[in-house]
Design a protein around this ligand. Structure first.
Ligand SMILES: Cc1ncc(COP(=O)(O)O)c(C=O)c1O
Length: 365
């Protein structure tokens, strides 16, 4: 048996454990701003929908209930501005991480094929390439990549970890280039609802894709916008040929969202009030942490959207991690997201108001 795990990078979070222990020793407890997991309650209307669907003895379908597909096409039209979206253009997934990790395998990619991702990126894009034996390449500008063998191009706007947003013109240019070269674009837009100093645009917007979805797919998740990371609720939307193929494979693979989660997703997508409420919480935490970090000598780059501040003291990232751990604050070192991040840290503002206040105080704010 060949160990598939031997193709994968070392799970990086284990390297943070000693710093976590240092931060946890703080007299007033740790402020964990490292992982970026939601901490606020699941909105009541979503919990209610989940509970009402608790009696679900039968198998759910991979494509989802008609109600779910209607909710997905409706949201994609209203929120992203996409036009002419039908059920053939949407597909639920079991949280977007599994999709990111297994997409290259499900697309039939393998040795000799290339998957491209941003230079600083969520590590799972590379993991997905490695799982199927494809090459992963990092880019600064995807239109400078060699298109030979390039089968899948990942975009991520707003970006994890930098919070950078790709302007509409950049998306137009990239999509045109990818179509010209027959490269499939998957645009991970899971932070789209979390723009602060920018208004992120979807790859499905008609001014980007021209109103047709050939060669483009957007990835959306409810984990952050609706505090649903625990439910595993996400979906993809776009090119019906690609989604039709994935649907077949995922049916055989049994990759179906649980029926109560499907019902909860319908409720979540039908309500904007909880998204606005959650955004207000994050905006306040972001402003407090940003001010405190700058007052403490940090420089913040990008960070115009997402749940993170991309911060530097112009020193190696592990020195910054150690310094903050000494104050009882845990952050993620930038090199988790690629060597280009080795002088930055990623500060998530997904802690409670009380913990954010504690961090601000410790930073001298
Ligand atoms: C860029 C990006 N994509 C995808 C995910 C996965 O989110 P989920 O699996 O909760 O949908 C994350 C999670 O942090 C992320 O940062």
């Amino acid at each position: 048996m060949s160990a598939v795990s031997s193709r994968l990078p070392v799970f990086p979070w284990d390297r943070l454990e000693p710093y976590k222990a240092t931060a946890a020793a703080h007299a007033d407890g740790i402020v964990d701003l490292s992982v970026g997991t939601p901490v606020d309650p699941v909105p009541e209307l979503i919990q209610k929908a989940l509970i009402e669907a608790a009696d679900s003895p039968g198998y759910p379908t991979v494509w989802g209930t008609v109600a779910l597909r209607n909710a997905l096409t409706g949201w994609v039209g209203e929120r992203l501005g996409a036009t002419g979206v039908t059920h053939a253009n949407v597909l639920p997934v079991v949280g977007s991480k599994e999709l990111v990790a297994w997409l290259p395998t499900q697309l039939g990619l393998g040795p000799g094929d290339t998957v491209a991702h941003p230079r600083l990126a969520y590590p799972t894009y590379e993991v997905g390439a490695r799982l199927c034996g494809a090459n992963a390449v990092a880019y600064d500008d995807p239109t400078t990549l060699d298109p030979a063998g390039l089968k899948l191009l990942w975009l991520n706007s707003p970006s994890n970890p930098t919070g950078r947003v790709l302007a509409k013109d950049e998306l137009v240019r990239i999509v045109a280039w990818a179509r010209e070269h027959g490269v499939l674009v998957f645009s991970d837009e899971c932070y789209l609802e979390l723009g602060w100093e920018a208004d992120p645009v979807s790859v499905l917007h008609p001014e980007v894709c021209g109103g047709g979805y050939e060669g483009v797919v957007a990835v959306h998740s409810l984990s952050k916008r609706s505090n649903l990371a625990g439910y595993r609720a996400a979906f993809i939307a776009g090119d019906e040929r690609v989604l039709g193929e994935l649907l077949q494979i995922r049916k055989h693979g049994g990759m179906m969202a649980p029926a109560p989660v499907q019902a909860a997703t319908v409720a979540a997508l039908g309500d904007d009030a909880h998204v606005a409420e959650q955004r207000a919480r994050y905006a306040a935490r972001r402003a407090a942490l940003r001010g405190a970090l700058e007052g403490h000598g940090f420089r913040i780059e990008h960070s115009e959207a997402s749940l993170y501040l991309w911060a530097t003291r112009d020193e190696p990232c592990w020195e910054t991690v150690a310094h903050l751990a000494g104050l009882g604050i845990l952050v993620a070192p930038g090199d988790f997201y690629g060597p280009a991040g080795d002088r930055f840290v990623r500060v998530a503002f997904t802690a409670t108001d009380e913990r954010v206040e504690a961090a601000v105080k410790r930073l001298g704010g």
